[in-house]
Ligand binder design. Structure first.
Ligand code: APR
Length: 259
């Protein structure tokens, strides 16, 4: 039995004793769907450099320039690479394992930092997309979310059909406040959580990286699924040093074997 499988056996014990399990998911879960991570080996920011931290402020200053970039079909650079990868991506066994855990009643909620829509495609129901969803647009005034595919851009910048506010991509930009109701939902889930699965996240970006710390401070347990060490590793009770696409299905197998 490999090291990570021994860790999984310990994870199963923690899950049996837990009452409210929540998953915090990052880009690493989608890595085996062909979507690059942001940090670490091969990450987008590792290769292209971190983007400016004031993207949202730039958008507010010039929404027209933002939309002109959105409508330009770039072929190179981090945004083009990410969009091309997401367009071809499908849920992997890690996404499907989370759906299985949810259907078994083991997993109560998934908080994902990923905007790639793969959790919805896989069938996750109890899902909070804390950084938004790239298949949607959002009004920055009333918060209305619209499917990007069905929206016809008749003016730049486009305005909300409900309130006339300016519309942008649903994805939360650097410098953009996370919509209040999303954040409140995350803190509510975190407050109920006594065991958090940290799946494919470097634990770098707040407020998401703060949720595991809250769970730990309240006496809960943390289980990390990541081939590499992260900022959150020192807080974890169990560390499964493997790809989430391999370890999560194995976790489901071990839980099923116990009946
Ligand atoms: N299985 C599990 N974890 C993996 C895998 C895998 N197959 N491959 C890579 N990882 C891990 C990496 O080791 C790393 O710790 O996934 C993590 C990805 O970290 P980041 O690229 O920092 O992604 P994330 O934590 O989701 O970033 C948070 O930062 O740029 C913003 O908005 C962006 O939502 C993103 C946020």
């Amino acid at each position: 039995m490999q090291e990570w499988e021994k860790a999984l056996a310990e994870a199963v014990r923690l899950l049996h004793n837990a009452r409210y399990v929540v998953a915090l998911v990052g880009a690493g879960l989608s890595q085996e769907s062909g979507i690059p991570t942001f940090r670490g080996p091969g990450g987008l920011w590792t290769r292209y450099g971190e983007p400016p931290m004031d993207g949202y402020q730039r958008f507010l200053r010039d929404p027209r320039a933002y939309w002109e970039e959105q409508l330009r079909q770039e072929t190179a650079g981090p945004r083009a690479e990410l969009m091309q990868a997401i367009a071809q991506a499908r849920p992997n066994p890690g996404h499907l394992a989370l759906v299985d855990l949810e259907r078994r009643g083991v997993l109560k909620c998934t908080i994902t930092q990923n905007v790639d829509n793969l959790h919805r495609e896989a069938g996750s129901q109890r899902l909070i997309e804390i950084h938004g969803n790239r298949t949607l647009l959002r009004c920055i005034s009333c918060g209305l979310r619209l499917p990007r595919k069905e929206f016809v851009v008749r003016e730049i910048p486009p305005h909300c059909p409900e309130c006339g506010g300016i519309i942008k991509g649903d994805g939360v930009m650097f410098g953009e406040p996370i919509p209040k109701e999303w954040l409140e939902a995350c803190y509510a889930e975190t407050a109920r959580c006594d065991c958090m699965l940290l799946i494919g996240t470097s634990g770098t970006v707040y407020p998401a990286a703060g949720f595991p710390q809250i769970v730990k401070m309240r006496g809960g347990s943390l289980i990390e699924f990541n081939p590499l060490e992260t900022h959150l590793t020192p807080l974890c009770d169990v560390v499964v040093r493997a790809s989430a696409a391999v370890a999560l299905p194995r976790l489901v197998q071990m839980l099923s074997a116990e009946g």
